[in-house]
Design a protein around this ligand. Structure first.
Ligand code: ADP
Ligand code: TYD
Length: 205
């Protein structure tokens, strides 16, 4: 018996962490014991790598170096956090997974989807059962994201045009993997989005 593996994806500030938390709360209130986690991060080593990735100048790392760092972090996260929880029968909810590398590094930062896919096949080899893509207008999401002033704004600092290309990348990904990806309209209030997420989970799994 393994748990369900659920990922949230989307542009920066679209509401992924809010909705991951809300889904974990709902599952808990139904008597489940979900594991809520995030990328980059989710294990001690991956959190160390996160610190290298999310702060500093936008040009601190090349897209190729980013792919290696994000994939290293993901491997550690998978080995130490995700796989043990799924094996123990727990649902795992992750705020971002491999689709973020496909879209950010594979198609938006560079034209490197081949490298992303090759590395993924070699060292990750796992996809979520369900991926919820929270879709919204990048201008609004950017305002929400920067309003947090978290000090982790390296990717937000690439600007609005970058976020618009990311949005298109996530929508294209939903078409590429229709069996596991569902696009959720994130412009609504958080309660409505959360209700949509729960309904989708019931329908799909
Ligand atoms: P992400 O994890 O995608 O970057 P967050 O969940 O952290 O997004 O949300 C970014 C900001 O927008 C936070 O300040 C959050 O409180 C706010 N927010 C999240 N969802 C909504 C919503 N549906 N409507 C308005 N504000 C929201
Ligand atoms: P996150 O903390 O989810 O940012 P946000 O809350 O702003 O959405 O992720 C940090 C940044 O790392 C985010 O801008 C997206 C980027 N990222 C990649 O570029 N590639 C990846 O594989 C992952 C997991 C994240």
């Amino acid at each position: 018996m393994t748990g369900r593996f659920i990922s949230f994806e989307g542009i920066d500030g679209s509401g992924k962490s809010t909705q991951s938390r809300r889904l974990a709360d709902s599952l808990r209130s139904q008597g489940h014991n979900p594991l809520l986690t995030r990328e980059p991060g989710g294990s001690a080593g991956a959190e160390d790598i996160r610190a290298l990735l999310v702060s500093g100048d936008p040009d601190r790392w090349s897209p190729e170096t980013e792919i290696l760092l994000f994939t290293a972090a993901r491997r550690d996260h998978l080995e130490r956090t995700i796989a043990p929880a799924l094996t123990a029968g727990r649902d795992v909810i992750t705020d971002r997974f491999a689709d973020s590398t496909r879209v950010y590094q594979g198609t938006t930062r560079g034209d490197l989807r081949g490298l992303v896919d090759a590395l993924h096949a070699q060292v990750i080899g796992t996809e979520p059962d369900l991926t919820l893509i929270i879709d919204m207008d990048p201008a609004e999401a950017l305002r929400r994201g920067l309003a947090r002033d978290s000090g982790e704004d390296r990717f937000e600092d690439f600007g609005l045009d970058f976020q618009m290309r990311l949005r298109a990348g996530f929508l294209a990904l939903a078409e590429e993997y229709p069996e596991r990806c569902v696009v959720i309209d994130g412009t609504r209030d958080a309660d409505s989005v959360a209700a949509d997420v729960l309904q989708t989970l019931v329908k799909r799994h």
